[in-house]
Design a protein around this ligand. Structure first.
Ligand SMILES: *Cc1c(COP(=O)(O)O)cnc(C)c1O
Length: 305
């Protein structure tokens, strides 16, 4: 049995009305760790365990770390997550709930990550949050489920941080024989590393990350995501923080599920019937989820932007 679960896929009545076309939801928010990340992390952790790993190490205080912690607990492998001092109490509490060892080190993710790397012994596996072919293969299983359900959408909406989800979804389409369903790759203004690469014609590093979509905060996308953008129809879309937050609030009201702004970013395109949807009738949104934002935090953010 896999560590992730099969998630619901259904047509949202309210979002379809808002977007004036059929909007389908793949509800990755319902994975036990709270996001799609469990698909890839589950597959990667199982593979590293089979190769002899005796500990999993991560440097993510977000959904990637939570997925590793969940997978480690289920597989009976100890997990160490190194997080920077900026990590919220809530995130640390969720990691502790999964029995992970949490090490707080450094002022930024860079410092926490460097420290995590320095801890690695020969029987430890390091789990990268988005740049690992094992992750992409695991993420791809969500498209197997969509294909098995008999839904072939005209377009897929998904959020981009470092591009791991993007790589997984495109890989999943290929292995189901779908070579040309376009993807709308959504980022917020403060996290637009995919957009920056498309504009520059190569992978570039953002000087800084800002805004509320913390789970999209990779300064640069992985090379594989860039390569796909050169051979597969992927359109880059950038939206505001306030659009992402409004979409979170609306999704909670409509579907009774709280997601992070990182996920609200994709939902916002449907909520606002974004012009990029114009050519399409059947839209599939990957509801990537996210466990680290509370409703109070989302409302406080909304007040200040
Ligand atoms: C990690 C994450 C993303 C971005 O995924 P990448 O693979 O980094 O592009 C989007 N939404 C949520 C909730 C996430 O946890």
């Amino acid at each position: 049995m896999s560590l992730h679960i099969q998630t619901p896929l259904f047509e949202s009545r309210s979002l379809s009305a808002a977007a004036r076309r059929s909007v389908w939801l793949k509800l990755e928010a319902l994975q036990p760790s709270g996001s799609f990340k469990l698909r890839g992390m589950g597959h990667a952790c199982e593979t590293y365990l089979a190769l002899g790993a005796q500990r999993f190490v991560s440097s993510s205080g977000g959904n990637a770390g939570l997925a590793v912690a969940y997978a480690g607990r289920r597989l009976g492998v100890p997990v160490t997550v190194v997080v920077p001092e900026t990590t919220t109490e809530r995130a640390k509490e969720l990691l502790h709930q999964e029995n992970a060892e949490v090490v707080v080190h450094g002022a930024s993710w860079q410092e926490a990550n460097a420290y995590a790397q320095s801890l690695l012994g020969s029987s430890d596996a390091f789990l990268h949050p988005f740049d690992d072919p094992l992750l992409w293969r695991g993420h791809a299983s969500m498209m197997d489920e969509v294909a098995q359900a008999g839904l072939k959408p005209d377009v897929i909406l998904l959020s981009v941080g470092g591009g791991g989800l993007l790589c997984g979804v495109v890989e999943g389409m290929h292995r189901n024989g779908w070579q040309n369903i376009p993807v709308l790759a959504v980022e917020t203004e403060g996290t637009a590393s995919f957009n920056a690469a498309i504009k520059a014609g190569q992978v570039v590093e953002l000087e800084r990350i800002s805004g509320v979509a913390t789970s999209l905060g990779a300064k640069r996308i992985c090379d594989r995501a860039w390569q796909w953008s050169q051979t597969y129809p992927i359109q880059s879309i950038v939206i505001s923080d306030s659009s992402a937050l409004d979409a979170c609030e609306r999704f909670l009201a409509d579907h009774r599920i709280l997601v992070e702004p990182a996920c609200g970013a994709s939902l916002a395109l449907a909520c606002e019937n974004h012009p990029a949807l114009e050519p399409y009738q059947n839209v599939l949104v990957i509801v990537c989820g996210g466990a680290t934002a509370s409703i109070d935090q989302i409302r406080n953010w909304a007040k200040s932007c």
